[in-house]
Design a protein around this ligand. Structure first.
Ligand SMILES: NC(=O)C1=CN([C@@H]2O[C@H](COP(=O)(O)OP(=O)(O)OC[C@H]3O[C@@H](n4cnc5c(N)ncnc54)[C@H](OP(=O)(O)O)[C@@H]3O)[C@@H](O)[C@H]2O)C=CC1
Ligand SMILES: CC(C)(CO)C(=O)C(=O)O
Length: 312
C-alpha cells in the first residue's frame, strides 16, 4: 500500500509537534491553520524539542478545508472548545474508510465525532506530552510525548486491537513517537483524567504550577483525593483503575519539570478553558451511572465561573 496521508486539524502545540514528526519521517502531512497560516506557509514549522530541535521549511499549510485533499488519517488537535466547528471542518478532509484520530484531552469526544462522520474508524489517543506553542508555527516540546491509543465503538464498547490501530501505530513508531495500543479506550481516557482533573483544575483555581501543587502538603492531599474520585468515576462506568496507578501519577508529576498546565496557560492567555470535555463530560457520565462526584463538581463549578469572568 502507498504511504498513508495525514491531516492535522489544528496546528498548535500538539498537532504541530506530532505532525512535524510524521512529516520528518517521510509521510505526506497537510496542516490546517488559522492565525499562523501566512507565517507557516512562508517559513514552515520550527520544533524546539528536548529530543533534538528541527525545522521543516516547507509544509503543506492550509487555511481552508475545502482546499485540502481528503487524507487517510485526520488528527483532531484543536482545543475541544472549538469542537463546534467539527461538522464543518471534518467531513471534507477524511477519506472514506479513513481514520479520525482524536488526540484531545477529555471524555466522550469520540461520540461527538461519530455523529459527524460515517464510514471511518475513530481512534482516541491519550497524549502524555508537555508542549506549548511559543510563536507562530513555533512549538516548544518540553517533556514526554508518549501516546496510548484505542479504537472507539459506540458507548466505548471494547474493540480489542484493530487493523487501523496497528497501521497508525506503525506510522507513529516510524516517526520516533513512543506509542502503545489499548484494548479499552474508556479505561485509557479515565486514566488520563486521573492527571488532568486535579492538575488542570487546581492550577487555574489556585494559580499554581505542578511542582507547587506537589510540594505543599495541603494541595498534594487535595490532588490525591481528587484522583481517588476520578477512580470512583471510572468504576461507575465499569472500569477499574488499579490503586497503584495513583502513586504512579503522583511520582510522574513529582519528577516532571515544573509545568504550567495547558489549562492554566489558556486561562492566563484569556482563552476558553476545556472545562466541559475534561470535567463536565466525566461528571455527566458518572451521574448517568448514579454516582455524584462531589469534589469534581466543585472544581467544575469554580472553573465555569472563572472561565466566564476571565473572558468577560
Ligand atoms: N499541548 C500539550 O502538551 C497537550 C495537549 N493536549 C490536548 O490537545 C488538544 C490541543 O491542545 P494544544 O495543542 O495544546 O492547543 P493549541 O492551542 O496549542 O493548538 C490548537 C490549535 O488549533 C488552532 N485552531 C483553532 N481554531 C482553528 C480553526 N478554526 N482552523 C484552524 N486551526 C484552528 C489554533 O490556532 P490559533 O492559535 O490560530 O487559534 C491552535 O494553533 C487539547 O485538547 C489539549 O488538551 C493533550 C496532551 C498534551
Ligand atoms: C500529563 C501531561 C501534562 C503530560 O504528560 C499532559 O498530557 C497534559 O497536559 O494533558
Amino acid at each position: 500500500m502507498d504511504k498513508r496521508t495525514y491531516a492535522i486539524l489544528g496546528t498548535g502545540a500538539l498537532g504541530g509537534f506530532y505532525g512535524a514528526k510524521l512529516q520528518k519521517s517521510g509521510l505526506e502531512v497537510h496542516y490546517l491553520l488559522k492565525s499562523d497560516y501566512q507565517q507557516v506557509r512562508e517559513n514552515g514549522l520550527i520544533i524546539e524539542s528536548k529530543d533534538g530541535d528541527f525545522t521543516l521549511s516547507q509544509v503543506n499549510a492550509h487555511n481552508n478545508v475545502d482546499k485540502m485533499p481528503p487524507c487517510d488519517v485526520v488528527i483532531i488537535s484543536l482545543k475541544t472548545t472549538q469542537n463546534q466547528l467539527l461538522p464543518h471542518l471534518l467531513p471534507p478532509i477524511v477519506k472514506d474508510d479513513g481514520v479520525v484520530l482524536v488526540l484531545q484531552n477529555g471524555l466522550d469526544i469520540e461520540a461527538e465525532v461519530a455523529e459527524i462522520v460515517n464510514n471511518v474508524s475513530i481512534i482516541g489517543g491519550l497524549c502524555f506530552l508537555c508542549a506549548n506553542k511559543v510563536g507562530p508555527g513555533h512549538i516548544h516540546h518540553l517533556d514526554y510525548g508518549q501516546i496510548t491509543l484505542g479504537e472507539y465503538k459506540s458507548n466505548y464498547q471494547l474493540t480489542g486491537i484493530t487493523k487501523k490501530m496497528r497501521e497508525v501505530t506503525t506510522d507513529f513508531e516510524n516517526a520516533g513517537i513512543s506509542i502503545e495500543m489499548l484494548e479499552d479506550l474508556l479505561l485509557g481516557r479515565w486514566k488520563k483524567l486521573v492527571w488532568n482533573i486535579p492538575y488542570n483544575g487546581l492550577s487555574v483555581i489556585l494559580d499554581g504550577r505542578t511542582d507547587e501543587l506537589m510540594t505543599d502538603i495541603h494541595t498534594r492531599q487535595l490532588v490525591e483525593s481528587l484522583m481517588w474520585e476520578v477512580v470512583a468515576g471510572a468504576k461507575s462506568t465499569g472500569r477499574i483503575i488499579p490503586e497503584s496507578f495513583i502513586q504512579t501519577m503522583l511520582d510522574y508529576t513529582t519528577k516532571m519539570k515544573p509545568y504550567r498546565t495547558s489549562m492554566k496557560i489558556d486561562f492566563d492567555e484569556k482563552r476558553p478553558l476545556e472545562v466541559d470535555a475534561i470535567f463536565g463530560n466525566p461528571l455527566r457520565k458518572a451521574e448517568l451511572a448514579g454516582v455524584n462526584l462531589q469534589q469534581i463538581r466543585c472544581l467544575y463549578q469554580q472553573l465555569k465561573f472563572l472561565d466566564m469572568k476571565n473572558r468577560s
